[in-house]
Design a protein around this ligand. Structure first.
Ligand code: C2E
Ligand code: MG
Ligand code: MG
Ligand code: MG
Length: 283
């Protein structure tokens, strides 16, 4: 019975693998061209204070259009870029664009914490810390206005290397965040050795509040508070989820309920309108 099942699944598995590989190779070729032609853009998703609603930050999210306003999801193409050794080149473009944007916002008196995602392959790059230090100087961006997000599972790939790199990054004065927290099986003892400022509670927990994740969310937030680590709830889509996370004591909120990720000008408009709204509600 077991043999039969496994041979059936093998037969249906193989064609699927072939298709993925063809897709992958095609995307890989398009990625090389996209890097060469700088076809990537960044969208920025607002992060607000959970209690006051005040806009306090933004996360830079990579967007790649293959023409006709068709976007390929970074969840799909970043793993391919990682697999084919292209992520460092893309990471460089992201760093330049993010820091240039932050410099413009500072010039416009918009003081936000800008979060930038880092791939585990970027952490392995020997000159990552020096590169970031040089770019902060080049764009004249204060280090403490930048926060780097590393997913929990990436941090766990090579914990010793991660700790070492994060310590060096922290010495630059930038902030550090563990992304998708709760999905990466990190040991709790590792958590207090990581020099981090922020934990982002994964959307999968927010989505399953009504079906049992509440104790885990509460415990994560309490633990973070005891470790003096800020918490962010990601993927807030409903008022119900917002109210629940605020009641749990989370510090910041991010998600479609607050705003979709926005391109530069749309983000500036959001920031201006948002200021007026929160000001009006105080007066
Ligand atoms: P992430 O860093 O956890 O980013 C959050 C993802 O959730 C984003 O997807 C965002 O658009 C989406 N999101 C935000 N609010 C909501 C919501 O309320 N509901 C739902 N359903 N989704 C929401 P996106 O932009 O497709 O990015 C997916 C992942 O790709 C990111 O997850 C991150 O791991 C990676 N990624 C994106 N940009 C970059 C980048 O510049 N560098 C690297 N290394 N990775 C990136
Ligand atoms: Mg992130
Ligand atoms: Mg996340
Ligand atoms: Mg997530």
């Amino acid at each position: 019975d077991y043999a039969q099942r496994s041979s059936v699944s093998w037969l249906s598995f193989e064609p699927h693998m072939l298709k993925d590989t063809r897709d992958e190779l095609e995307i890989q070729g398009q990625l090389r061209k996209a890097i060469h032609d700088s076809e990537f853009k960044l969208a920025f998703q607002p992060k607000v204070d959970a209690n006051s609603g005040e806009l306090i930050g933004a996360e830079a999210l990579l967007r790649w259009s293959t023409g006709d306003n068709q976007f390929i999801s970074p969840a799909k193409f970043i793993p391919i870029a990682e697999k084919y050794g292209l992520i460092n080149a893309i990471g460089q473009l992201i760093l330049h664009q993010s820091l240039a944007q932050q410099a413009r916002w500072i010039e416009d008196k918009l003081h936000l914490r800008l979060s930038i995602n880092l791939s585990p392959y970027q952490l392995e790059q020997p000159d990552l810390v020096e590169t970031i230090a040089a770019l902060l100087k080049k764009y004249n961006v204060p280090p403490d206005t930048i926060c780097f997000e590393i997913t929990e599972s990436a941090a766990m790939l090579r914990p010793q290397l991660t700790i070492e790199k994060l310590r060096k990054l922290r010495q630059l004065g930038v902030e550090l965040s563990i992304d998708d927290f709760g999905t990466g099986y990190s040991s709790l003892s590792l958590l207090h050795t990581l020099p981090i400022h922020e934990l982002k509670i994964d959307r999968s927990f927010v989505q399953s509040i009504r079906t049992g994740s509440l104790p885990i969310i509460r415990a994560s937030i309490q633990m973070a508070k005891d470790l003096r680590i800020r918490t962010v709830a990601e993927g807030i889509e409903s008022e119900d989820e917002r109210v629940c996370m605020v009641a749990c004591g989370v510090d910041e909120l991010q998600g479609y309920l607050i705003s979709m990720p926005l391109f530069g000008d749309a983000f500036t408009t959001f920031a201006i309108n948002h200021k007026q709204v929160s000001h009006a509600s105080i007066v």
